[in-house]
Write a protein that binds this ligand. Structure first.
Ligand code: ADP
Ligand code: TRP
Length: 321
């Protein structure tokens, strides 16, 4: 199976991004037919309109992924904009993309429903995503639930092209990421950049501790036993703890007679320790930006070779080559 997924470089990664997506991408990187992961900077351009911010976010995201264990010997990591074949393929798909299909896609629909102006890029966003996927003959696309609709659009576009011009594209499938990994934020709601309740993977330990100590907790008396399963501090602690430590903590909740300060301290210690190695690797990579650029350059070369082959197949099929 060939695996491919894209990540928008729109800001620093938080714990939700790591446990909900990045960790699972990294687990798939040994797939025998290859794994392609890219920084979807052309998609991000539909929302990030500052050149320095976009360029910096993209570079930071590459460093973060490498520090977290993405191995350039086992996966191809590249920037979307370094593979122009994808944008060319996007146009071929665009000519056969029904307006009605794109009007139903949520990124565009949500924005216009709120009365916000939408660009043609936002409208065509799912078509570029389809080109990303089809350009590499991808079999599996690991994504969160919010992206499943876009994979369906990709399959529709591929099927209709194949039907009209003859077998050209491999039909991809969504590989739904484990949603039990839904990570709560500092306020107990789903952790998300848009809710301002995130804890970042590469936050400085001192700042992270402060953010955790400030977290909201319930106001029941200390003595009262509490069910661990519904408490966001416990759920967050569980992400980092092994079975034994998780069970000890759960037993403490059920007994009662503890303060949330204790739990917060244990959570901060566990999180700092969990990401310590990645933090060291990040510092090391940061001091060698040319090495990161080299990895992205090599990734782009590998990706372009594959995408050029698929683009040519599609161009021949529809009569432009
Ligand atoms: P945000 O909601 O912060 O903008 P994104 O939509 O950019 O995050 O998410 C990128 C990836 O991280 C997606 O695959 C998404 O499913 C995953 N993800 C984001 N937040 C969480 C969370 N709280 N729990 C689990 N996975 C998450
Ligand atoms: N749209 C995806 C997101 O916002 C990112 C993305 C772009 C992507 N191209 C892709 C994901 C291709 C999977 C495959 O999360």
């Amino acid at each position: 199976m060939r695996v491919l997924s894209g990540i928008q470089p729109t800001g620093r990664f938080h714990w939700g991004n790591y446990f909900g997506a990045i960790r699972q991408y990294i687990e798939l990187q040994g797939e025998p037919e290859g794994a392609y992961y890219f920084l979807a900077n052309l998609h991000a351009l539909t929302t990030v309109r500052n050149r320095d911010v976009l360029a910096q976010n993209t570079f930071d995201a590459a460093v973060d992924l490498l520090a977290l264990g993405l191995d350039p010997n086992r996966a191809t990591l590249f920037q979307q904009s370094d593979v122009p074949e994808v944008s060319e393929l996007c146009w071929l798909l665009m000519t056969g993309a029904p307006m009605g299909l794109l009007e139903r896609c949520h990124a565009y629909k949500d924005k216009t429903a709120k009365g916000l102006p939408a660009s043609a890029g936002l409208f065509a966003y799912p078509v570029l995503m389809a080109a990303d996927i089809l350009a590499f003959d991808s079999d599996w696309v690991p994504v969160g639930e919010d992206q499943v609709q876009h994979i369906e659009v990709c399959r529709d576009l591929a099927a209709s092209f194949n039907h009209h011009f003859g077998e050209t594209f491999v039909m991809p499938k969504a590989k739904l990421l484990d949603s039990s990994a839904r990570v709560p934020g500092t306020d107990g709601e789903k952790m998300s950049k848009s809710y301002g309740n995130t804890l970042d993977v590469f936050e400085e330990p001192k700042t992270l501790r402060k953010q955790i100590m400030r977290m909201v907790t319930d106001s029941r008396p200390m003595e009262q036993p509490k069910p661990p399963e519904t408490d966001h501090l416990f759920l967050l602690f569980s992400l980092f703890a092994d079975d034994r430590r998780r069970e000890e903590m759960a037993a403490m909740y059920r007994r009662g007679g503890f303060g949330y300060g204790e739990v917060k301290k244990a959570l901060a210690d566990a999180a700092v320790e969990y990401f310590a190695e990645a933090r060291d690797r990040r510092h090391e990579l940061e001091s060698r930006p040319e090495r990161v650029r080299e990895i992205l350059g090599d990734g782009a070369a590998t990706a372009r070779k594959k995408a050029a082959e698929v683009l040519l197949r599609a161009q021949r099929a529809c009569g432009v080559k």
